[in-house]
Design a protein around this ligand. Structure first.
Ligand code: HEC
Length: 174
Protein backbone atom coordinates (compact mmCIF):
# COMPACT_ATOMS: atom_id res chain seq x y z
CA UNK A 1 0.00 0.00 0.00
CA UNK A 2 2.76 2.44 1.02
CA UNK A 3 4.58 1.64 -2.19
CA UNK A 4 1.52 2.64 -4.19
CA UNK A 5 1.22 5.92 -2.32
CA UNK A 6 4.90 6.70 -2.84
CA UNK A 7 4.58 5.86 -6.51
CA UNK A 8 1.54 8.13 -6.78
CA UNK A 9 3.35 11.00 -5.08
CA UNK A 10 6.36 10.51 -7.32
CA UNK A 11 4.13 10.59 -10.39
CA UNK A 12 2.45 13.77 -9.20
CA UNK A 13 5.83 15.37 -8.57
CA UNK A 14 6.98 14.39 -12.02
CA UNK A 15 3.86 15.92 -13.57
CA UNK A 16 4.26 19.08 -11.53
CA UNK A 17 7.91 19.33 -12.54
CA UNK A 18 7.11 19.05 -16.23
CA UNK A 19 4.31 21.59 -16.00
CA UNK A 20 6.73 23.90 -14.21
CA UNK A 21 9.33 23.38 -16.93
CA UNK A 22 6.79 24.16 -19.64
CA UNK A 23 5.91 27.34 -17.76
CA UNK A 24 9.57 28.34 -17.55
CA UNK A 25 9.98 27.59 -21.19
CA UNK A 26 7.18 29.90 -22.19
CA UNK A 27 8.61 32.64 -19.95
CA UNK A 28 11.91 32.29 -21.74
CA UNK A 29 10.05 32.38 -25.00
CA UNK A 30 8.30 35.58 -23.95
CA UNK A 31 11.59 37.20 -22.96
CA UNK A 32 13.03 36.16 -26.28
CA UNK A 33 10.10 37.76 -28.05
CA UNK A 34 10.52 40.99 -26.09
CA UNK A 35 14.21 41.17 -26.87
CA UNK A 36 13.44 40.60 -30.54
CA UNK A 37 10.88 43.36 -30.40
CA UNK A 38 13.40 45.73 -28.87
CA UNK A 39 15.96 44.77 -31.48
CA UNK A 40 13.51 45.33 -34.29
CA UNK A 41 12.69 48.82 -33.04
CA UNK A 42 16.38 49.61 -32.91
CA UNK A 43 16.63 48.64 -36.55
CA UNK A 44 13.68 50.82 -37.34
CA UNK A 45 15.54 53.77 -35.82
CA UNK A 46 18.57 53.11 -37.94
CA UNK A 47 16.45 52.82 -41.02
CA UNK A 48 14.82 56.17 -40.40
CA UNK A 49 18.24 57.77 -39.93
CA UNK A 50 19.49 56.27 -43.15
CA UNK A 51 16.47 57.56 -44.98
CA UNK A 52 16.86 61.02 -43.52
CA UNK A 53 20.46 61.35 -44.54
CA UNK A 54 19.82 60.17 -48.06
CA UNK A 55 16.65 62.08 -48.59
CA UNK A 56 18.30 64.77 -50.72
CA UNK A 57 20.04 62.37 -53.04
CA UNK A 58 18.22 59.98 -55.31
CA UNK A 59 16.15 57.50 -53.34
CA UNK A 60 18.33 54.60 -52.38
CA UNK A 61 16.82 51.17 -52.15
CA UNK A 62 16.89 50.46 -48.45
CA UNK A 63 19.14 47.52 -47.77
CA UNK A 64 17.05 46.63 -44.78
CA UNK A 65 13.84 46.16 -46.67
CA UNK A 66 12.61 42.88 -45.39
CA UNK A 67 9.10 42.85 -46.77
CA UNK A 68 8.54 40.42 -49.55
CA UNK A 69 4.91 41.29 -49.93
CA UNK A 70 4.39 43.45 -53.01
CA UNK A 71 1.67 45.41 -51.28
CA UNK A 72 4.10 46.28 -48.46
CA UNK A 73 6.64 47.28 -51.05
CA UNK A 74 4.12 49.50 -52.75
CA UNK A 75 3.26 51.23 -49.48
CA UNK A 76 6.92 51.70 -48.68
CA UNK A 77 7.55 53.28 -52.06
CA UNK A 78 4.62 55.58 -51.59
CA UNK A 79 5.81 56.56 -48.12
CA UNK A 80 9.16 57.45 -49.62
CA UNK A 81 7.50 59.48 -52.31
CA UNK A 82 5.46 61.21 -49.63
CA UNK A 83 8.62 62.13 -47.74
CA UNK A 84 10.15 63.60 -50.84
CA UNK A 85 7.12 65.73 -51.60
CA UNK A 86 7.20 67.53 -48.28
CA UNK A 87 4.09 69.51 -49.09
CA UNK A 88 2.06 66.35 -49.31
CA UNK A 89 2.72 65.41 -45.73
CA UNK A 90 0.31 68.17 -44.81
CA UNK A 91 -2.33 66.30 -46.80
CA UNK A 92 -2.00 63.43 -44.40
CA UNK A 93 -3.77 64.75 -41.35
CA UNK A 94 -4.77 62.33 -38.65
CA UNK A 95 -7.08 62.92 -35.72
CA UNK A 96 -5.70 63.85 -32.30
CA UNK A 97 -7.32 60.68 -30.98
CA UNK A 98 -5.20 58.57 -33.31
CA UNK A 99 -2.06 60.65 -32.91
CA UNK A 100 -2.21 60.61 -29.13
CA UNK A 101 -3.12 56.98 -28.59
CA UNK A 102 -1.99 54.95 -31.54
CA UNK A 103 0.70 56.57 -33.67
CA UNK A 104 3.56 55.83 -31.27
CA UNK A 105 3.27 52.12 -32.05
CA UNK A 106 1.44 51.94 -35.35
CA UNK A 107 3.14 54.88 -37.05
CA UNK A 108 1.89 58.36 -37.75
CA UNK A 109 0.00 57.13 -40.79
CA UNK A 110 -0.55 53.53 -39.78
CA UNK A 111 2.56 52.20 -41.51
CA UNK A 112 3.45 50.11 -38.45
CA UNK A 113 6.38 50.36 -36.02
CA UNK A 114 6.17 48.18 -32.91
CA UNK A 115 2.54 47.46 -33.62
CA UNK A 116 1.53 45.93 -36.94
CA UNK A 117 0.77 47.93 -40.05
CA UNK A 118 -2.80 49.15 -40.07
CA UNK A 119 -2.75 50.89 -43.39
CA UNK A 120 -4.64 49.01 -46.07
CA UNK A 121 -6.98 47.27 -43.64
CA UNK A 122 -10.69 47.91 -43.90
CA UNK A 123 -12.82 49.74 -41.38
CA UNK A 124 -14.75 46.53 -40.60
CA UNK A 125 -11.64 44.48 -39.89
CA UNK A 126 -10.08 47.20 -37.71
CA UNK A 127 -13.30 47.69 -35.75
CA UNK A 128 -13.64 43.97 -35.13
CA UNK A 129 -10.00 43.79 -33.96
CA UNK A 130 -10.50 46.72 -31.62
CA UNK A 131 -13.69 45.27 -30.16
CA UNK A 132 -12.04 41.90 -29.69
CA UNK A 133 -9.02 43.44 -27.97
CA UNK A 134 -11.28 45.46 -25.70
CA UNK A 135 -13.47 42.52 -24.75
CA UNK A 136 -10.41 40.32 -24.24
CA UNK A 137 -11.51 37.89 -26.93
CA UNK A 138 -8.25 38.65 -28.69
CA UNK A 139 -5.57 38.71 -26.03
CA UNK A 140 -3.04 41.49 -26.03
CA UNK A 141 -2.28 43.39 -22.85
CA UNK A 142 -1.02 46.49 -24.59
CA UNK A 143 -4.07 46.91 -26.78
CA UNK A 144 -6.43 45.81 -24.01
CA UNK A 145 -5.02 48.37 -21.58
CA UNK A 146 -5.22 51.13 -24.13
CA UNK A 147 -8.69 50.41 -25.37
CA UNK A 148 -10.18 50.02 -21.91
CA UNK A 149 -9.97 53.81 -21.69
CA UNK A 150 -11.79 54.37 -24.96
CA UNK A 151 -15.51 54.34 -25.66
CA UNK A 152 -17.23 52.32 -28.36
CA UNK A 153 -17.84 55.52 -30.40
CA UNK A 154 -14.13 56.25 -30.28
CA UNK A 155 -13.33 52.75 -31.53
CA UNK A 156 -15.77 53.30 -34.36
CA UNK A 157 -14.31 56.63 -35.34
CA UNK A 158 -10.76 55.27 -35.15
CA UNK A 159 -11.70 52.28 -37.30
CA UNK A 160 -13.37 54.58 -39.79
CA UNK A 161 -10.34 56.84 -39.93
CA UNK A 162 -7.78 54.03 -40.23
CA UNK A 163 -9.89 52.51 -42.98
CA UNK A 164 -9.20 55.61 -45.08
CA UNK A 165 -5.41 55.65 -44.60
CA UNK A 166 -4.60 53.73 -47.75
CA UNK A 167 -6.80 55.93 -49.92
CA UNK A 168 -5.28 59.01 -48.31
CA UNK A 169 -1.79 57.82 -49.07
CA UNK A 170 -2.78 57.01 -52.64
CA UNK A 171 -4.26 60.49 -52.97
CA UNK A 172 -1.21 62.23 -51.48
CA UNK A 173 1.25 60.45 -53.76
CA UNK A 174 -0.77 60.60 -56.95
C1 HEC B 1 2.19 50.49 -27.05
C2 HEC B 1 2.04 50.12 -28.44
C3 HEC B 1 0.67 50.20 -29.08
C4 HEC B 1 -0.20 51.26 -29.10
C5 HEC B 1 -0.02 52.63 -28.46
C6 HEC B 1 -1.34 50.84 -29.90
N1 HEC B 1 -1.14 49.56 -30.37
FE1 HEC B 1 -2.39 48.53 -31.59
N2 HEC B 1 -1.16 46.93 -31.47
C7 HEC B 1 0.04 46.88 -30.79
C8 HEC B 1 0.60 45.53 -30.91
C9 HEC B 1 1.90 45.05 -30.30
C10 HEC B 1 -0.32 44.79 -31.68
C11 HEC B 1 -0.25 43.32 -32.08
C12 HEC B 1 -1.11 42.56 -31.11
C13 HEC B 1 -1.37 41.15 -31.50
O1 HEC B 1 -1.32 40.80 -32.69
O2 HEC B 1 -1.67 40.38 -30.59
C14 HEC B 1 -1.41 45.72 -32.02
C15 HEC B 1 -2.49 45.35 -32.82
C16 HEC B 1 -3.44 46.23 -33.28
C17 HEC B 1 -4.47 45.91 -34.25
C18 HEC B 1 -4.64 44.58 -34.96
C19 HEC B 1 -3.85 44.67 -36.23
C20 HEC B 1 -3.71 43.39 -36.98
O3 HEC B 1 -3.35 43.46 -38.17
O4 HEC B 1 -3.90 42.33 -36.41
C21 HEC B 1 -5.22 47.02 -34.44
C22 HEC B 1 -6.40 47.20 -35.36
C23 HEC B 1 -4.66 48.05 -33.59
N3 HEC B 1 -3.59 47.54 -32.90
C24 HEC B 1 -5.16 49.34 -33.50
C25 HEC B 1 -4.69 50.29 -32.60
C26 HEC B 1 -5.32 51.55 -32.37
C27 HEC B 1 -6.55 52.06 -33.08
C28 HEC B 1 -4.59 52.18 -31.41
C29 HEC B 1 -4.89 53.51 -30.76
C30 HEC B 1 -6.10 53.56 -29.98
C31 HEC B 1 -3.47 51.31 -31.05
N4 HEC B 1 -3.58 50.17 -31.78
C32 HEC B 1 -2.46 51.62 -30.15
C33 HEC B 1 0.64 47.91 -30.12
C34 HEC B 1 0.07 49.14 -29.88
Amino acid sequence: MIKIIIAAIATLLAIWASVYMIGLDSEVHKLDKISKLIKSTAMEDKKIKVEQTTIKSTPVQSAQTTSTNTKDKEIEDKLKALKEKAGNIAAFKVSTLYKKNCSSCHGNIGQGIIGPKLMGQSEEVILKDLQDFKSGKRKNYVMYGLLSKLKEEQLQSLAKEIGTFQAKLDEATK
